[in-house]
Design a protein around this ligand. Structure first.
Ligand SMILES: Nc1ncnc2c1ncn2[C@@H]1O[C@H](COP(=O)(O)OP(=O)(O)O)[C@@H](O)[C@H]1O
Ligand SMILES: [Mg+2]
Length: 257
């Protein structure tokens, strides 16, 4: 913050030279419902741009809380979360929503699709906020559905699709705005093995294209697709493991163990 080099922070922040996609510093999240629960208890790490990172840890260790903070769905009690150069804690709700819509793709374990909207409409939804013309929205959504192998299910409602198909719709939706950061919270938790393999294939493509990925999983072999594994325990970062030779081949091409 030296006077002569102070520039407009929004310009500086989004400059392509910035090599850190996500910076989490001394983050705490305390839920106060009766006894306070320290879901995150002082966590710090960085995700370099283009990195592929997994998060593991027992149930209740704070994985989803962490994802929600980075995904701009919630704010920390303490500490800072910087996404693509912007401190999300200092943004207004509106700015945070915009950051989430334009730069972050979020995939949930339970899909979170809109029940009354068709697969195509679900995928197109994030483009509505960006004022993309209707024709273009439909075309783009159809392309994304095609990419996840669901071109022929565009008009189906979520309850007319299997769990695996729903998750593929959710992934198409997460990618429709071309996010640079993809967050996935147990994306293979409720899907069949084949869909799990398709999902990991798509993630490998996204990684190869230079995007930043952060994927929560309790399956070791899913985590091993990443370059690093963050191990959480009781709201703390217990250790960061480097994966020596990440699994980059699709799960369904590998030997069954
Ligand atoms: N909205 C909430 N209100 C109160 N406590 C919560 C809330 N969300 C999570 N927690 C608590 O915070 C802790 C971490 O939860 P979570 O981040 O969901 O863990 P994980 O995803 O690793 O299973 C747990 O003890 C959980 O009960
Ligand atoms: Mg969770």
């Amino acid at each position: 913050m030296v006077g002569s080099i102070v520039t407009d922070s929004t310009t500086t922040a989004t400059a392509p030279s910035d090599e850190t996609a996500v910076s989490v510093q001394q983050v705490r999240k305390t839920y106060r419902v009766g006894q306070p629960v320290h879901a995150l208890d002082g966590i710090s790490f960085e995700l370099p741009r283009g990195s592929y990172t997994a998060v593991m840890g027992p149930s209740g260790s704070g994985k989803s809380t962490l994802m929600n903070l980075i995904g701009c769905l919630d704010t920390p009690t303490d500490g800072t979360v910087v996404v693509n150069g912007r401190d999300v804690t200092s943004l207004s709700d509106r700015e945070r929503t915009r950051l989430r819509g334009e730069e972050i793709g979020f995939v949930f374990q339970t899909f979170n699709l809109m029940p009354r909207l068709s697969a195509l409409q679900n995928v197109a939804l994030p483009m509505v906020a960006r004022d993309v013309a209707r024709d273009q929205r439909t075309e783009r959504a159809q392309t994304l559905l095609d990419r996840v192998g669901l071109a022929d299910r565009a008009d189906h409602l979520p309850n007319e699709l299997s769990g695996g198909q729903r998750q593929r719709v959710a992934i198409a939706r997460a990618l429709v705005n071309d996010p640079t950061l993809l967050l996935a919270d147990e994306p293979t938790g409720n899907v069949d093995t084949e869909t799990g393999a398709t999902i990991m294939d798509r993630f490998a493509d996204l990684h190869a294209a230079g995007n930043t990925l952060l994927v929560v999983t309790h399956e070791r072999r899913i985590a091993e697709h990443a370059d690093r594994i963050l191990h959480l325990l009781d709201g703390r970062l217990e250790r960061i493991e480097t994966v020596e030779s990440p699994r980059r081949t699709p799960v369904d091409d590998r030997e069954v163990d």
